[in-house]
Design a binder for this molecule. Sequence first.
Ligand code: NAD
Length: 513
Amino acid sequence: MATEMDSEIVNEPVGGKSGTRRALGFDLEAGVEGGMRSISPIDGCVLGHVHRNMPADAAGIAARAVMAFDAWRRVPAPQRGELVRLLGNELRAAKTELGRLVSLEAGKIEQEGLGEVQEMIDICDFAVGLSRQLYGLTIASERPDHKMLETWHPLGPCLVITAFNFPVAVWAWNAALALVCGNSVVWKPSEKTPLTALAVKQLFDKACQAFGAVPGDLVQVANGEREFGETLVADARFALVSATGSTRMGRQVAAAVAPRFARTILELGGNNATIVCKTADLELARRAVVFAAAGTAGQRCTSLRRLFVHESVHDELVASLKAAYRQIRVGDPLDGQTLVGPLIDRAAFERMQHALACAREQGGKVTGGERTAPEMGEHAYYVRPALVEMPSQTAIVREETFAPILYVMKFASLDEAIALNNAVSYGLSSSILTHDLRESERFVSALGSDCGIANVNMGPSGAEIGGAFGGEKDTGGGRESGSDAWKGYMRRMTTAINYGESLPLAQGVRFDV
Ligand code: NAD
């Protein structure tokens, strides 16, 4: 019988030039008929076929997750941390191969593929320390001879749904915490990146072997299409659904989970802005903007999409950005000189071209945005990053288009720029470049940016695992990764203990019988 680990690496090109299948470095074998295809955006070739779960498979997966949870919650937290430490070691050893696989399947340049694996290693380290620090509070009681305390307990099976653009790191942000918190994990990867998930599962299995007695099915990788994901989400045995992807997906997940009052962590779309003030270091601004807007081909949730430049420095900065954009090398992400790889697929390319057409209609002056790198074949979609000078923040600017489009607008006062920053439905990331302390402090104050992330003198992308990651409004309100995000994966118990001989009631209530 096929399992979720079954897959087959094939060299069947659906088009484009060959060559993406070199050096996969993972043993993803065994035949799968009618499986899901993994297609490399690098040249449109099929990387492999993997087992496709159907909606009918969801119930069995949830049942196995419940059994694994029941066993794992009995293991002391520092021992759970030991398993995550071993996973981190496996990731260190396989960093090059896994990073390359991320590049092959998601189209990221190698540096970013490696960076994504480094993020997994970092969150494992964080979680190992956390496994000895799942602290609760001791609270002063108002009653004599009483004390109160808070204890954090494992929550239950966690369903983790991930997007194509961070095919492995987002799982790790969730799973490393969920595991030390005592939960089992079911991972529903993006249907566009099933192979990287299977590779990570192999590394996890190796860590389990080194650990010894790990309950079976503690982590399950469940590849499947959206309908399969919907069936998993609807299963009441999942105590937490942590879902990363589009706002459309998040609305569906939130609505499906709400009737049973289960927990969600939603990490959804973003339409991130940077404000460049008149005192900003424009050379720093140029570098920060180019990386944030063009890097990862604009396919980060935190990618910079809206740039507000003070009118006194606008023309100078735009000229230097245009010069920098001309130098960006777009092409094969496996080539060390490349800075921008492909879009994920044709639909992404079409959405980008549609957005640029709308921008033109709404008064925008577009530089770049055209298809390029024909040598990569007709089934791969490479574009020059686009810079669009807009007269104002029109309707298309307020939308998230998941592509390298940077809309540039002028502002006169900081209040105006902050209002523009906040005038979109999303609230993920933002940044300001200024040497004026009053401006930067205002931007990060309660009256400033309304986003979950607000950076100073850098771009909005490229978060570190130490902070809680996530955003407000249409971004979903969830927090993952560092700080106290672990509390989302545990249930809090408040306990009052009477160590006296009488029974005083709270609030001075008398009830004598
Ligand atoms: P997507 O919403 O198309 O898919 C994401 C995942 O959700 C996939 O695994 C998909 O199968 C699943 N899915 C979709 N509908 C579902 C449903 N109704 N029930 C259950 N599962 C469902 O997103 P994508 O195109 O893969 O990723 C791009 C989007 O993700 C962008 O909007 C980006 O901003 C966002 N994103 C956000 C973050 C963040 O942390 N905020 C991180 C990465 C990506």
